[in-house]
Design a protein around this ligand. Structure first.
Ligand SMILES: Nc1ncnc2c1ncn2[C@@H]1O[C@H](COP(=O)(O)OP(=O)(O)OP(=O)(O)O)[C@@H](O)[C@H]1O
Ligand SMILES: [Mg+2]
Length: 322
């Protein structure tokens, strides 16, 4: 709790960086360092399930960030993601519902990585295969290489595309029912739907002329949408601001539930400005649900916005949180 500009979002951002290795807000690590300073450090000490966790991230304006987990140096700070799960809601996250298909694909592909860690690489490997096939398409159309050179990339796009579609279908099958339940509890009848089809090598070959013209691959899961709907209508276009917020929250709660069941420990939930725009009844339902979901931080300008007693109230003022 704290007034506008006190540093509540900064605090949640620090918790995100300290548990995931990157900011939910910016890809530019230098923005995380205090204005005018050369370096920054986030050190966290906490409990996860039954075990103690200590992490440290050191950021420098002109140096690569360094991370340690329980005293052991990690090769990349982002490796924290595979060790600790943190789910975050910020008002920016409304883009998952409001934004274009790319935002939803990115969101569900990250969820896929959290739910099936062994397949976390599939979306990036598929994206790399598409980029390589597109580069090859352009070389062929400039006459710099022959059509035969495309075949291996077409094959790879077909294989990885199939793997990605299967993983997305499974993710949506797992998240979907929970999402509808959590949304329903918050008074929103909503569904998630994905109808991706694996791009076969034959189908890719069949549209080769078009792809050569455009220099891009016009078929495959990089173009799919994962639709969030209410009453059969897209929430993106027809949902109210509050309904869109509820949908993002329901997604986060659904995933938190799945991650808790799978173990080893429930995810950390960081909910920034989540209570604004929700009516009293929905705030209460949300607060009760979050209260049973493991460790959560909810920010607000006034303590009374949360209709239940928190386990701990942290007062944020510029430069301190206590
Ligand atoms: N790198 C930085 N170094 C120093 N101060 C910064 C840095 N980045 C942001 N700030 C400042 O931190 C202050 C607190 O921001 P923050 O977003 O955490 O506030 P908040 O408590 O979440 O406010 P609100 O209730 O309006 O959301 C802002 O005034 C911002 O200018
Ligand atoms: Mg804020």
């Amino acid at each position: 709790m704290g007034p506008n500009g006190a540093g509540k979002t900064n605090l949640l951002e620090a918790l995100h960086v300290g548990t995931q290795g990157f900011s939910p807000r910016t890809r530019t690590d230098a923005h995380l360092i205090r204005f005018g300073a050369e370096r920054g450090r986030i050190a966290l000490k906490g409990a996860r399930g039954g075990s103690q966790v200590e992490s440290e991230i050191v950021l420098g304006v002109n140096e690569a960030k360094r991370a340690t987990l329980n005293g052991a140096r990690l090769s990349a700070a982002e490796q924290l993601r595979s060790e600790l799960a943190t789910l975050v809601f910020t008002p920016d996250r409304l883009a998952v519902v409001k934004g274009g298909p790319a935002v939803r694909r990115a969101y569900f592909d990250r969820a896929l990585g959290r739910l099936y860690p062994a397949r976390a690489v599939v979306p990036t490997e598929y994206a790399a295969a598409i980029a390589q096939r597109n580069a090859s398409l352009r070389r062929v159309s400039f006459g710099a290489s022959s059509r035969d050179a495309l075949a291996p990339w077409t094959q790879r796009v077909a294989e990885l595309g199939a793997a990605l579609v299967v993983s997305r279908v499974e993710t949506v099958a797992e998240v979907g029912p929970r999402f509808s339940e959590r949304a329903g509890e918050l008074g929103l009848a909503a569904e998630v739907r994905y109808e991706g089809e694996a791009p076969t090598a034959e189908a890719l070959e069949a549209r080769l002329d078009q792809d050569l013209d455009r220099g891009t691959t016009g078929l495959g899961p990089h173009l799919d949408d994962i639709e969030l709907t209410s009453g059969g209508r897209e929430l993106r276009r027809f949902g109210s601001q509050g309904e869109q917020r509820l949908a993002v929250l329901a997604l986060i709660l659904a995933e938190a539930e799945l991650l808790t069941e799978r173990g080893p420990a429930p995810p950390l939930l960081l909910l920034d400005d989540v209570l604004s725009e929700l009516d009293e009844r929905r705030r209460r339902i949300l607060a009760e649900r979050v209260g049973s979901a493991g460790q959560s931080f909810i920010t607000s300008t006034v303590a009374s916005a949360l209709p239940v007693d928190p386990a701990q109230l942290v007062e944020v003022t510029p430069g301190s949180a206590r």
